[in-house]
Design a protein around this ligand. Structure first.
Ligand SMILES: Nc1ncnc2c1ncn2[C@@H]1O[C@H](COP(=O)(O)OP(=O)(O)O)[C@@H](O)[C@H]1O
Ligand SMILES: [Mg+2]
Length: 388
């Protein structure tokens, strides 16, 4: 995720148009340092034309040894031989003229290619975690919880999080966040074999600074053409770049969901307190077991957990044989927050629902990445891949 540094917000905005969607802007080198501390995989630092030249060169100098895998590109108003010599000595990878966005984009591309080359053919970077939110029932709060969990995991930009809408026919993550995506997973159809980080990046839509979103197709007819191989490839690539990939799903074990579950580290199962839902959730939990999502990685989230219907959390635990990881009560605040496009964890961080969701996010973040050792008969491969 490239980072652009310039004290002038309009210049940052302009330079960001030449960068991938996930690029981020800061106004000074102090904020750049804070950003780099949080983003150890940064591959491009673009120092804008309004930064003091000495400050910019000092930043180059410290990144040269402190972060050798990050390319530093200087954007300057006037470029002469003296500047080029100083920039080169300081370790800048490129110097491009101000207002030449094509040159900026080309420099960004070169930086990315260098990063991939330095990383080696295996692409051995740290793997982000895939957290899938699932329920066999519609309308139980999957999307609401996926959005709020993703925002909680992002922790105001401290972690890189991508929210993927795999409810391919009726996905509503984008509308829930009041986003208007220009690209969706639809634009990757047919690219299963050629997809890479930079291509996937062009499919993402930014939600404020904290979250990137891969939206569902705009029409329901496209679903059939999004193959399981494409879903798997997209998730594999996203987990290379993001700390967390949160997946919202359709209320069924459809092909996209199964492909996502193959990649899933933590599965949040949403249930409500009614017998038909609980019966289906029980079956779903058995299926998750079969798919190799170990018990310690299945998290039961009871939504609308206050409904006076004669079933309490203890009864649910007895029926499902799984303890309740989080409970969220029915609250008009949740629906109202969704309706104004500010999910409850952001709009009302002190609300009991927000606390419950944040706690769950905290526990998901603390989970070890591999299935818990208590699981007997662990398959030799990590997953029993029913699709292969
Ligand atoms: N705990 C809750 N209290 C009140 N309304 C809720 C709660 N959870 C979800 N909702 C509302 O229920 C509706 C369906 O939720 P949604 O997240 O879209 O479900 P799903 O994705 O499972 O179909 C939405 O209007 C949402 O705002
Ligand atoms: Mg939904």
């Amino acid at each position: 995720m490239p980072v652009v540094v310039d004290p002038d917000p309009a210049t940052v905005g302009e330079l960001l148009t030449a960068m991938p969607e996930s690029a981020h802007g800061v106004d000074c080198t102090e904020r750049l340092s804070a950003w780099l501390t949080e983003h150890t995989e940064e591959y491009l630092v673009l120092l804008g034309p309004h930064l003091d030249l000495d400050d910019a060169l000092a930043a180059c100098e410290s990144l040269r040894t402190g972060r050798p895998t990050a390319s530093v590109v200087l954007v300057r108003d006037v470029i002469d031989a003296g500047l080029l010599t100083r920039a080169m000595k300081a370790g800048a990878r490129d110097v491009v003229p101000d207002r030449d966005l094509e040159a900026v984009a080309a420099a960004a591309n070169r930086a990315y290619q260098l990063y991939v080359a330095l990383r080696g053919p295996t692409g051995a970077t740290q793997r982000g975690k895939v957290v899938t939110v699932f329920s066999p029932k519609g309308g139980v709060g999957k999307t609401t919880m996926a959005v709020n969990l993703a925002l909680s995991l992002a922790d105001r930009g401290a972690r890189r999080v991508c929210l993927v809408d795999l409810d391919l026919a009726f996905g509503d993550v984008a509308i829930t966040l009041q986003l208007f995506p220009s690209h969706t997973i639809e634009h990757a159809i047919g690219s299963e074999d050629s997809l890479d980080v930079s291509l996937v990046d062009t499919l993402l839509t930014r939600h404020q600074d904290a979250l990137m979103v891969l939206a569902a197709p705009s029409g329901p007819d496209v679903r059939e053409r999004v193959t399981p191989a494409l879903v798997a490839r997209v998730l594999t690539i996203l987990r290379e770049t993001f700390d967390y990939v949160v997946v919202d799903t359709a209320p069924a074990f459809d092909e996209a969901t199964l492909a996502a579950l193959d990649e899933t580290d933590e599965c949040v199962v949403v249930a409500t307190l009614d017998v038909p839902t609980l019966k289906n959730v029980r079956v779903a939990l058995e299926t998750l077991e079969m798919l190799g999502i170990a018990r310690g990685h299945r998290h039961l989230l009871l939504n609308r957990a206050d409904d006076a219907v004669g079933i309490g959390a203890d009864k649910v635990e007895a029926i499902l044989g799984l303890s309740v990881a989080a409970q969220v009560a029915t609250s008009t605040d949740i629906a109202a927050a969704t309706n104004v496009g500010t999910p409850i964890v952001v709009g009302k961080p002190e609300h009991p629902s927000s606390t419950a969701i944040r706690d769950l996010a905290g526990r998901l973040a603390g989970q070890p990445a591999e299935p818990a050792a208590e699981q007997p008969a662990a398959p030799v491969t990590r997953r029993f891949r029913i699709r292969r």
